[in-house]
Design a protein around this ligand. Structure first.
Ligand SMILES: [Zn+2]
Length: 630
């Protein structure tokens, strides 16, 4: 998974300141549930108040009670999302058509008595996109569901289809009644259309996991397919206002995935990959969790439709490449916790440094190795990660955080898997290159692990570091003990020095409230669109002289009360502020009002940049060459 909140923030402000613009199942012969196929039906045609009717028809049970579950959590999300909350009116129907008594045990489980009499379950499912902007514990959009009758259906199937205890390993048949004019994109196995089921798409999954591992996007056809060596890639786009098409984005996706395949070499054996790209209108009943979620042979991506093309392509490259690299880990290389994932009582693994960190690191490294970006851009990305990591606890053990990521105070540091997690891998990559005289890096390591474990054998969570050390160098023991298991922050400059890079300060001019279109301020929708000072970027000299702090809510500037609208006006005016102009700003800091004053001055920003050392040695240059060129 990859969350891309940065773009959301930027988009809010950019928008604000206007700079940019199915019948009955097969007749039931007496087939026992553990041998039968679970037949599920979803009716996308007769949508009732934004809800889809689902029917689940298992075989015959030979026990008295059975429990039906909708997942509490799905792989790749690392949060308890309780998808059962969106299910209502669950009825258990017996073979005579009467209702059996059902006891809802919690949000995600229903106990059915007289299970021997159970014919089928029926229930209605609400989508998650509708309420994302109203609820605090929202489902991350790429894992969520959308029901827009006759127009669009984002079917993350864990939100619609559940499982019976003990029956996760038997096959599922999905019958989906589809509105005219819409078609479904998915990597799920589609069966031939059956004449007795007109307007119904029929799919097959060998087990429950395959159901949830294969989301389906139903929309008006907007799909392109291309071939990358032996992988057939399908890009399916839902763009509500028709701004983006699969045809228009195909070339960029093709170029990016070709570079990824080149980078990975024979490590990957996927034959089919589907990219489901959903664009949000940002309207109050639409998705706001931007980023993507990985699956074995597909990914769901959610981004705002207003995103300008250039920014969109950059985000797509970063996000889709991240998800595709998940095929390496955790989809291929993973521990027992992941292999035997319990959707309703999950045990987390210690190795998010690898599942998310290595993945995110590769999503950047392949771009420099394959020439999609230049060195300067790569170094900027590393420094951005160093900067972003400052928002998290740098002294928290990464393995401890990972193991306990569903609870505080670990949950609040989860986002660091994309920042420090990637930097841990960068440091490990450089250390490996150093120890192997340039020969081996993290990609080599992942190939070794993949050869040893492959797709089907999980590793023991406790044994991974020892395995890696045994495959590589005893020196890595100290690396893992200190920086990944231990709580010692990494001195990145120590690692950069090995490859002849150093950090230096540069002073650049900025606007009063913007730096190259990136605002120092942001809007908080949860606080009535309060305008506040960002904590995640270095402030300019003007804001520093005013003595503002990250998190301050701006109440007024020069006695003008601040809202999103008036802030836009002030930004416009500020381009004409003379250096000696007196500026007053009223802010709320931790609820306390403060009056701040300063002259406007000429705002500059001091940026820390990563640059090549002028007098780098032959050894440093060689190591850098191996690191960046692979
Ligand atoms: Zn991820």
């Amino acid at each position: 998974m990859k969350k891309d909140m940065f773009y959301f923030k930027k988009m809010l402000l950019i928008g604000a300141i206007g700079l940019v613009l199915y019948g009955c199942g097969p007749a039931k012969a007496l087939q026992y549930a553990d041998k039968a196929t679970i037949v599920t039906q979803m009716d996308l045609v007769n949508v009732v108040d934004d809800r889809v009717l689902v029917t689940v028809d298992p075989g015959v049970f030979n026990q008295d009670t059975i429990t039906f579950f909708i997942p509490k959590i799905v792989p790749g999300t690392y949060s308890l999302d309780n998808y059962g909350k969106y299910v209502e009116g669950l009825k258990a129907i017996d073979y005579k058509g009467n209702e059996l008594s059902v006891n809802r045990l919690d949000d995600n489980s229903w106990q059915i008595a007289n299970a021997k009499e159970l014919d089928k379950l029926t229930y209605l499912v609400n989508d998650t996109y509708d309420t994302e902007q109203q609820v605090a514990d929202k489902v991350f959009s790429p894992a969520g569901t959308n029901i827009l009758s006759g127009e669009n259906y984002m079917l993350n199937l864990h939100g619609f289809i559940g499982y019976f205890n003990g029956l996760k390993e038997i096959p599922y048949r999905l019958e989906i009644k589809v509105p005219n004019g819409l078609s479904g994109a998915t990597s799920l196995k589609k069966l031939p259309t059956e004449p007795k089921l007109p307007g119904v798409d029929v799919y097959w999954a060998n087990r429950y996991f395959e159901v949830i591992d294969n989301p389906i996007l139903y929309a008006k056809p907007n799909t392109e397919t291309f071939q990358i060596n032996d992988i057939s890639v399908t890009l399916s786009v839902y763009s509500p206002n028709g701004i983006y098409t699969a045809a228009g984005l195909k070339a960029d996706m093709e170029r990016m995935m070709r570079a990824q395949k080149q980078f990975l070499g024979d490590i990957n054996s996927t034959k089919q990959y589907t990219i489901l790209l959903y664009f949000s209108t940002l309207n109050e009943d639409d998705a706001i969790g931007f980023g993507a979620l990985e699956h074995h042979t597909s990914t769901t991506v959610v981004l705002p439709e207003q995103m300008p093309r250039e920014m969109l392509v950059e985000a797509l490259v970063d996000v889709v490449s991240h998800e595709f690299f998940h095929i390496v880990t955790p989809l291929s290389i993973h521990s027992k916790e992941i292999k035997y994932f319990d959707f309703n009582d999950p045990k987390m693994s210690k190795h998010l440094w690898m599942y998310e960190g290595t993945t995110e690191y590769f999503a950047n490294l392949f771009q420099i190795q394959q020439g999609l970006i230049d060195e300067e851009n790569f170094y900027e990305r590393l420094m951005e990660k160093v900067q972003n990591a400052k928002a998290y606890n740098d002294s928290q053990s990464f393995t401890e955080m990972s193991k306990n990521v569903l609870e505080e105070p670990y949950k609040e540091n989860y986002g660091n898997v994309y920042e420090k997690g990637a930097l841990i891998n960068m440091a490990l990559d450089i250390r490996l290159r150093e120890l192997s005289h340039g020969e081996k890096g993290v990609l080599w390591l992942m190939k070794q692990l993949s050869q040893k474990y492959g797709n089907h054998i999980p590793f023991e969570d406790e044994a991974l570091f020892n395995e890696i050390v045994a495959m590589t160098y005893p020196e890595l023991n100290a690396f893992f003990d200190t920086y990944v298991i231990g709580n010692t922050p990494i001195n990145y400059e120590e690692f950069w020095e090995k490859v002849g890079l150093t950090v230096t300060s540069v002073i650049e001019e900025s606007g009063f409230f913007l730096m190259e279109n990136i605002p120092f301020i942001d809007v908080d929708p949860s606080k009535g669109d309060a305008v506040f000072i960002r904590e995640d970027i270095p402030l300019n000299s003007f804001l520093k002289n005013l003595d503002v702090q990250g998190g301050d809510i701006i109440k007024s500037i020069n006695d003008k009360e601040i809202s999103v609208e008036t802030m836009r006006e002030i930004i416009g005016e500020s381009f004409g502020w003379a250096p000696d102009k007196e500026i007053t700003m009223r802010v709320l800091r931790d609820g306390q009002p403060l009056l701040l004053k300063s002259r406007a001055g000429t705002p500059v920003v001091t940026l820390e940049v990563l640059v090549p050392m002028e007098n780098a040695s032959e050894k440093q240059l060689k190591l850098r060459e191996h690191w960046l060129k692979g």
